[in-house]
Design a protein around this ligand. Structure first.
Ligand SMILES: C[S@@+](CC[C@H](N)C(=O)[O-])C[C@H]1O[C@@H](n2cnc3c(N)ncnc32)[C@H](O)[C@@H]1O
Length: 289
């Protein structure tokens, strides 16, 4: 049985309250690909159904074709559909070797530059709910709140962007469920988290140098000046080869010569753009001038 036929409603099963045909799946997959580059093949039928059934209910609709017709004329609902279809899995200190590489190999020179009045720019592209940029901040500051506070007064900025407005709102708030912050090393959690009800709130000094923004990586980028370092991890796995190559080429254009990009552990630099980067470590690449 295909993934699709498995979720076509039968009887009164609550989880299968809407019919979901192959052409509904195709229309949604085409829409999300055009909007975000995300591929949703047949194997993702259950995921699409589960995430959009909630939107149908919220809109008071009873079938997918009506919902699809609606989002064609309702950009806000379309954005909600795209938001619902993004996969935002992340964690504090995920693929920690990148943060360690940044701290050990790049940060000493950046600190010197900052001390001399220079600028350092880092971009966490597709940052989800913020664990990635906050982990970087914690790694460079250690447990030293003053070190983080000092950064806010120097020309150091960490841009953190994502397509999904809901995760950017979480990131900006800097509050996380206790299950999420338990994944941090105990010393970091003690230094940077303050219990607020059933959540942990991150120290304002960690948040000050970070600018959280909604940004679709496939559309225009408003940033004019180049970045020293880009983290773009675990988003290109959802893209096809042409989109990955285009994106990496744009990243290269948006980086200083010798700038560094970190990608996810399951991601590769496609051959079309490999001449623009030199591998300098595990899923870490340097822009070739
Ligand atoms: C799996 S998360 C990765 C988060 C983090 N970088 C990490 O490695 O833990 C992928 C993120 O990519 C975002 N995303 C997907 N397509 C995007 C696009 N076209 N532009 C910007 N962000 C996108 C999703 O909203 C999601 O939050």
């Amino acid at each position: 049985m295909s993934a699709l036929s498995a979720i076509v409603p039968q009887g009164n099963d609550r989880e299968m309250e809407f019919a979901f045909s192959a052409s509904d799946h195709r229309a949604i997959a085409d829409m999300i690909y055009a909007e975000s580059g995300i591929l949703l093949p047949d194997s993702k039928a259950k995921l699409i159904y589960g995430r959009l059934a909630r939107r149908l209910r919220a809109c008071g609709l009873s079938d997918f074709p009506t919902y699809l017709a609606m989002i064609e004329h309702d950009p806000e609902e379309k954005a909600r559909a795209v938001d619902a279809l993004t996969t935002n899995h992340t964690a504090f200190f995920r693929e920690n070797h990148h943060f360690e590489h940044f701290r050990d190999e790049l940060w000493p020179a950046f600190l010197q530059r900052l001390a001399g009045g220079g600028r350092v720019r880092v971009w966490s592209a597709a940052c989800s709910s913020g664990e990635e940029p906050y982990s970087l901040m914690m790694t460079i500051a250690g447990q030293d709140v003053r070190a983080a506070e000092k950064l806010a007064n120097q020309d150091f900025r960490l841009l953190a962007t994502d397509l999904s407005p809901s995760v950017i709102a979480t990131a900006r708030a800097g509050r996380y469920p206790l299950d999420t912050t338990r994944a941090m090393p105990a010393s970091m959690r003690q230094a940077w988290c303050r219990r607020v009800g059933e959540q942990d709130e991150l120290h304002p000094a960690l948040r000050a140098p970070i600018a959280f923004r909604e940004l679709n990586l496939l559309r225009g980028w408003p940033m004019k000046r180049p970045f020293d370092v880009i983290f773009c991890r675990n988003v290109m796995i959802y893209f096809d080869e042409a989109t990955k190559a285009r994106l990496l080429s744009r990243f290269a254009d948006q980086m200083v010569d010798g700038g560094i990009i970190y990608i996810g552990h399951a991601e590769r630099v496609p051959p079309e753009v490999s001449a623009r980067f030199r591998c300098i470590g595990r899923t870490a690449f340097q822009k070739v001038s």
